[in-house]
Ligand binder design. Structure first.
Ligand code: SF4
Ligand code: SF4
Length: 121
């Protein structure tokens, strides 16, 4: 990631259509279950799976490979989406991400220079 640049998400939804894990922490699992009004056990059983490395849970995909919580281009759990989703692409990305992600590079605001926490938008 370039120094002094912030990538502004354009909400195209492409990152939610990539096949791959969306890890969720215990706290994130509780927050999403509460947001959906589901008992914790039911949420874990219906919407998560064990990660391939067996080090926690990941959200499941729909049969077409997109995230179970994607509806068109909208995240239906936007208010409580996992940190991995909130941090993409500024806090983590992978080779080739720019070919799919429509985020626009803008000068990084001063308040962000030392901000390492996941963003919420
Ligand atoms: S939780 Fe929301 S932001 Fe994260 S991959 Fe799923 S639809 Fe996308
Ligand atoms: S982070 Fe990039 S790929 Fe994901 S919704 Fe925003 S612009 Fe699209």
């Amino acid at each position: 990631m370039e120094e002094g640049v912030h990538y502004q998400c354009q909400r195209c939804g492409n990152c939610c259509r990539w096949h791959g894990e969306v890890p969720v922490t215990d706290e994130e699992v509780r927050k999403i279950a509460d947001f959906l009004g589901k008992p914790l056990y039911d949420f874990v059983a219906d919407y998560t799976d064990i990660r391939l490395n067996r080090a926690g849970l990941t959200l499941i995909d729909k049969p077409n490979g997109e995230c179970i919580f994607l509806d068109g281009i909208e995240c239906t759990i936007q208010a409580v989406k996992p940190g991995q989703c909130a941090g993409f692409p500024n806090q983590w990305n992978f080779p080739g991400w720019r070919e799919k992600c429509e985020a626009i590079p803008v000068p990084k605001p001063d308040f962000e220079e030392n901000d390492q926490s996941p963003r919420t938008s």
